[in-house]
Write a protein that binds this ligand. Sequence first.
Ligand SMILES: *Cc1c(COP(=O)(O)O)cnc(C)c1O
Length: 419
Amino acid sequence: MHHFAYRDGVLHAEEVNLAELAGKVGTPTYVYSQATLTRHFQVFAQAFAGLEALVCFSVKANSNRAVLALMASLGGGADIVSGGELSRALAAGVPPDKIVYSGVGKAMTEMEAALTAGILMFNIESAQELALLNETAGRLGVRAPVSLRVNPDVDARTHPKITTGLAKNKFGLDMQRAFDQYQQAAGLAHVELKGVSCHIGSQITQVEPFADAVGRLEVLIQRLRDAGIDLSLLDLGGGLGITYRNEEPPTPGQYAAALREQVARLGMRLVLEPGRVLVGNAGILLARVLFTKDTPAKHFIVVDAAMNDLVRPAFYDSYHHILPVIQANGRGEVKADVVGPICETGDFLARDREMADLQRGELMAVMSAGAYGFVMASNYNSRPRPAEVMVHGDRWSVVRRRETVAELMRGESLPDWMA
Ligand SMILES: *Cc1c(COP(=O)(O)O)cnc(C)c1O
């Protein structure tokens, strides 16, 4: 459910006319709906009511400070994967004791920053990482709160590039290594064992993989209890899918119901790291048609947004609905490839799509672009990154202005022998 809908034939974000907005801010532009973000957070959090759950929004899905500040104001924490995300989360007002730090390659300086900030816990993925964290905490004279990220070897049944809980993936520790590592960690002077974590993948559209993962963690947790290691936090990661096309993912309520019994039995405090499910359908990418062209094989709609702005179609073969911003009477349908200006055959937003026959100068909305959209934008082809706008009722605000070409060259210099 989201707040992008037609009113009098014009697509609106809440009460904001997107044709007018595009006229003022230009294109390409990401537009987020605050009402949608708020609703998604609340529905998700309420689904886990009674379980003492901490919802740590996965910052990598959408790290705009306005989005993070909104999540924080709703009571959310943050799941971070870098020192940069730590800074963003803190700047947006996320309390440090609601921040969990995931990721397979944390650098020492990043560990120092997170220890100094006083985060809730580090999700540790290897023996070497644990040793470095112990050493770093010792030097700072603190104890590092730790959970080990377990790779439960369950198939999340999603796109291979976003599957993270299989034995062949780089993430986490297998069950036996995790058990051994916990025993070793219990003897480390500067580590405080807090919990266990897992994250099995993204855009997961069934509950079974989550339930399987918890089942396997439960076995490990019992084994650890028998060995005298009692953990208080259970971090189940993120990964709940959304509807891009015709997927029917579990609702947050169904997701929570599938886990509730097992989690309650364990009696641990739950941590969740949802990303996509909170922001995906709360954002769109506005683009304008530059040209149309026909070749013997295809009809192409060339737009001013490209794979550098939204890489998901090129990277994951993702589907995004494409809607005309203005519904014209009597407009026909075409089968088209929607492509950007970038010099790559992989630069497309849609392929062989039955869609509105949009003409030069018209606006389109690429739907469900709020997660892994702007955050994955690049400057390929020296294209400045798009603007981001937050809508709230009939108000809107540019929460990140469009990048300039001058900013693209900032930090570059000629070697002195060329100057
Ligand atoms: C990416 C990621 C998430 C969020 O995943 P979504 O599919 O967007 O919910 C949560 N936890 C970790 C460790 C991640 O890497």
